[in-house]
Design a protein around this ligand. Structure first.
Ligand code: DX5
Ligand code: ZN
Length: 220
C-alpha cells in the first residue's frame, strides 16, 4: 500500500471538528482517539460523535479504541462509519473473536500494543489482522515525547509481518513528527499517526505532505 499519513484529531478544536478535518484534505485517514477514562486517564467521545464526524468528511475514519471493554464496544464504531477499528490487546478478553467480528462487519481489524507489550506472543494472530498499531508513547494524551525504545519492536514486527506475508499495515502512534518519522519509517512502519505535529502547524495539510515526503524517503 505504501506510506500513509493519518492525522489524529485529539489536538484539534473539538468545537469545530468538521472544519478541522477539512484542513487536512491530503490525509489518507482521520485517526479518531476513543478514550473512556478507565483504560486511559482521559475522556474523548463515543459512537454518536463519530457518526456525526463520518457524515462531515469523505476521508475514511480510523478509530483507536483506548477503552476497557473493546469486545463489547467495537461493533458500535463500525456501525458509526469507521472503516478501520483498532482495539488494545491489553484490554481485549478475546482478541481473535474481536478481530473476526470487526472484519465480519466490514471494517479493517487492527490490534494495538502499548510500548511495553511485546509483539511475539501475538505472532500467530497476524492472519486475523489488517494492521498492527505500535504505540510510541503511553496512550492517553497528545503531545508526548516519542519513545525510541519502541524502535526495535517496530523492526521485529515488520520482520514477523514479512515472514507471515500479506498486506498487513504497521502503524505507529505517539510523538510522530518531522523529527521522528524517519526513524519509524526506517524501522518498517508504513502508517503514521500524527496529532500535535499536524494540528500545531500553521498549515496542517502542508505538514501532512512533509511527513509523507520524509517517510517515503526514509523507507527508500
Ligand atoms: C495518544 C493517542 C494519539 C495522539 C497522538 O494516546 O493515541 O493518537 O493523538 O498525538 P501526538 O501525535 O501529539 O503524540
Ligand atoms: Zn491514537
Amino acid at each position: 500500500m505504501g506510506i500513509q499519513i493519518t492525522p489524529s484529531i485529539l489536538n484539534a478544536d473539538f468545537a469545530h471538528l468538521g472544519d478541522e478535518v477539512a484542513r487536512i484534505p491530503s490525509a489518507d485517514w482521520v485517526h479518531v482517539d476513543i478514550m473512556d477514562n478507565h483504560f486511559v486517564p482521559n475522556l474523548t467521545f463515543g459512537p454518536t460523535m463519530v457518526e456525526a464526524l463520518a457524515k462531515a468528511t469523505d476521508l475514511p475514519l480510523d478509530a483507536h479504541l483506548m477503552i476497557e471493554n473493546p469486545d463489547r464496544e467495537a461493533a458500535a464504531y463500525v456501525e458509526a462509519g469507521c472503516r478501520s477499528v483498532t482495539f488494545h490487546v491489553e484490554a481485549s478478553a478475546a482478541p481473535v473473536r474481536l478481530a473476526r467480528e470487526i472484519r465480519s462487519l466490514g471494517a479493517r481489524a487492527s490490534m494495538a500494543l502499548k510500548p511495553a507489550t511485546p509483539i511475539e506472543p501475538y505472532a500467530d494472530m497476524l492472519g486475523e489482522l489488517d494492521m498492527v498499531l505500535l504505540m510510541t508513547v503511553e496512550p492517553g494524551f497528545g503531545g508526548q515525547k516519542f519513545l525510541d525504545l519502541v524502535l526495535p519492536k517496530i523492526r521485529r514486527t515488520r520482520e514477523l509481518i514479512s515472514r507471515h506475508g500479506g498486506d498487513i499495515w504497521l502503524q505507529v502512534d505517539g510523538g510522530v513528527s518531522s523529527e521522528t518519522i524517519e526513524r519509524c519509517a526506517e524501522a518498517g512502519a508504513d502508517v503514521f499517526v500524527a496529532g500535535s505535529a499536524v494540528y500545531t502547524a500553521d498549515d496542517p495539510d502542508a505538514m501532512v505532505g512533509r511527513l509523507r515526503d520524509l517517510a517515503e524517503e526514509a523507507a527508500g
